[in-house]
Design a protein around this ligand. Structure first.
Ligand code: HEC
Length: 154
């Protein structure tokens, strides 16, 4: 009975050790601000902030100000060029399988679409025509949603 308990205790120790190393590892990954995942998350959050600011002005949660809306549209356009470079998993290499290549093409097409829609939104914001702004905003929102449905895990 004794040796068995001893073994069990050792296993428990090893289990706890492994558990803590894994926790430490994920904590490190989460806090390294220069990792590609952190960098892309920062830009996504900024894109979301601009999108929400524009949305709030369009649905009346915040007072509508054309110069404010234009400023956010410009920010969104600039940010929408940034996250894609931090997705090494969607780079096409000679080792990529045909499924990976197809996914990468879809991903970059979705990113390209989002950039074009935010260029259009900026132009609409510049024109100040509310119908145009609403339609372009909707197109931007759809571009976010479409890519998330296909590529955002969880
Ligand atoms: C081409 C694909 C694509 C487009 C377009 C896209 N996203 Fe994402 N987004 C992703 C992926 C993939 C993730 C998951 C990122 C990760 O795992 O690091 C993500 C994650 C996010 C997150 C979560 C970041 C975090 O801290 O976890 C936010 C917020 C976000 N996107 C906002 C937006 C907004 C707003 C738009 C449109 C203006 C947009 N995204 C357009 C692919 C896209």
């Amino acid at each position: 009975m004794l040796p068995f308990c001893y073994l069990h205790w050792l296993d428990m120790q090893r289990f706890i050790l492994i558990l803590f190393s894994l926790l430490a590892l994920t904590a490190c990954q989460r806090t390294d601000p220069n990792s590609p995942v952190s960098l892309r998350k920062v830009t996504f959050k900024e894109m979301l902030k601009s999108r929400e600011a524009i949305h709030a002005m369009l649905n009346g949660d915040k007072p509508y100000k054309q110069d404010e809306l234009l400023k956010e549209a410009i920010k969104l356009k600039q940010k929408s060029q940034q996250p894609w470079a931090y997705f090494a998993e969607f780079a096409i290499t000679q080792q990529s399988t045909s499924k990976q290549q197809a996914d990468a093409k879809d991903f970059h097409a979705a990113a390209e679409n989002m950039q074009q829609q935010s260029v259009a939104l900026e132009a609409a914001a510049q024109s100040g025509q509310s119908e145009n702004i609403r339609a372009s905003y909707k197109a931007v929102e759809n571009a976010c949603i479409r890519c998330h449905q296909q590529f955002r895990p969880g």
